[in-house]
Ligand binder design. Structure first.
Ligand code: SF4
Ligand code: SF4
Length: 331
């Protein structure tokens, strides 16, 4: 008689496979429709225009309301992963600043590849399992799913915060066709009475607990305007040039993204550094001055930032951002 050993698709089995795939944390949540109040708050956020020029956020509302629809055969489980990018050492503060998520390689590719590796590992034991990987690119409330999977809470700056890893993490999600009995416990917010991120934000972009107005956020203004030029035009007042008049904003020194509200968060001070090789600081970011940026050729930009998310902002956009921090009183 031949005996087959079957590994059950359990949260423990998935978490162990996620750890082997290189993730720093992993949680599992059963999929359902989005809670009504969460969907209502998202729609209000859109109505206020807080998504600025990111028109794609308005699309596929039905799928956003019911993530089970994101898999053809129907998704039943979300495997949510965290990958830390807290830097070992920051850029020298006198140089034009880049958000530390962009210190190394473009996270979309890095995380997607790891999620596919995780799916392949699960399918090796469960060949009929179907799955789909998401990193920031789908109508999916990833932070809500991360909370549901027990990985942390959404802070007042709108970021997912893990007790161990802080908020400098990429959230990646694998939707699976099969049910997995998850007993994950949602964590309550540990922000308490703290308002450090709200006070630290130079543009007043954090409107309310967890509600960020992208029209005022440097992360939006320094990147999306250039990555999606037509949407940027639609965004009205949004855009780095419009903000350049504000000395406080210019003094922040950011030319790609912004880490100010995350740097202010006490949970990031305690967070461990994972030091993933993919996220190591590009050596050029240790030396590039404002003048170097302004004199950079297209060829050099392509060469240096070939694998970097900074490419999204285009060289022209980066130069505009550099001028904005140099001339706070003029457009
Ligand atoms: S990323 Fe910067 S501009 Fe945006 S909310 Fe945080 S501190 Fe404000
Ligand atoms: S700075 Fe304070 S309020 Fe803001 S996310 Fe961190 S703990 Fe929460």
């Amino acid at each position: 008689m031949i005996f087959f050993s079957i590994t059950l698709l359990t949260p423990d089995f998935i978490q162990a496979a996620a750890s082997r795939a290189g993730f720093d944390a992993c949680g599992v949540a059963a999929l359902d429709e989005l809670p009504e109040d969460l969907l209502r708050r998202f729609c209000e956020w859109l109505q206020h225009g807080y998504h600025a020029g990111m028109r794609y956020m308005e699309r596929h509302l039905q799928k956003r309301a019911d993530p089970r629809l994101l898999l053809k055969s129907g998704a039943r489980t979300a495997v949510v992963t965290l990958f830390s990018y807290k830097p070992q050492r920051p850029q020298p503060p006198h140089l034009p600043q880049v958000s530390c998520y962009a210190y190394g390689r473009d996270y979309h590719g890095v995380i997607k590849q790891k999620l596919w590796g995780l799916l392949a590992a699960l399918q090796a034991e469960h060949p009929a399992l179907r799955g789909r990987a998401f990193v920031d690119t789908a109508p999916l409330q990833e932070r809500y799913l991360a909370v549901k999977a027990g990985l942390g809470w959404v802070g007042k700056n709108g970021m997912l915060i893990s007790k161990e890893l802080g908020s400098y993490t990429f959230v990646g999600t694998l939707l699976l066709s099969d049910a997995v009995g998850s007993d994950a416990q949602e964590q309550k917010s540990r922000c308490g009475a703290c308002t450090r991120c709200l006070s630290a934000c130079p543009t007043g972009a954090i409107r309310d607990n967890g509600v960020v107005n992208s029209q005022l956020c440097l992360s939006y203004a320094t990147i999306e305007k250039y990555a999606n030029p037509l949407q940027g035009e639609d965004a009205g007042a949004a855009g780095r040039a419009g903000m350049a008049k504000d000395e406080k904003t210019a003094a922040a020194g950011y030319i790609f993204g912004c880490d100010i509200c995350q740097d202010a968060c006490p949970w990031n001070k305690k967070a461990k550094v994972a030091a993933h090789s993919e996220m190591q600081l590009l050596p050029q970011l240790l030396t590039l001055t404002a003048d170097d940026w302004l004199e950079m050729s297209d060829d050099d930009f392509e060469k240096i930032f070939e694998q970097s998310p900074i490419r999204r902002a285009t060289l022209q956009g980066m130069k505009e951002n550099v001028r904005a921090i140099q001339q706070p009183n003029s457009k």
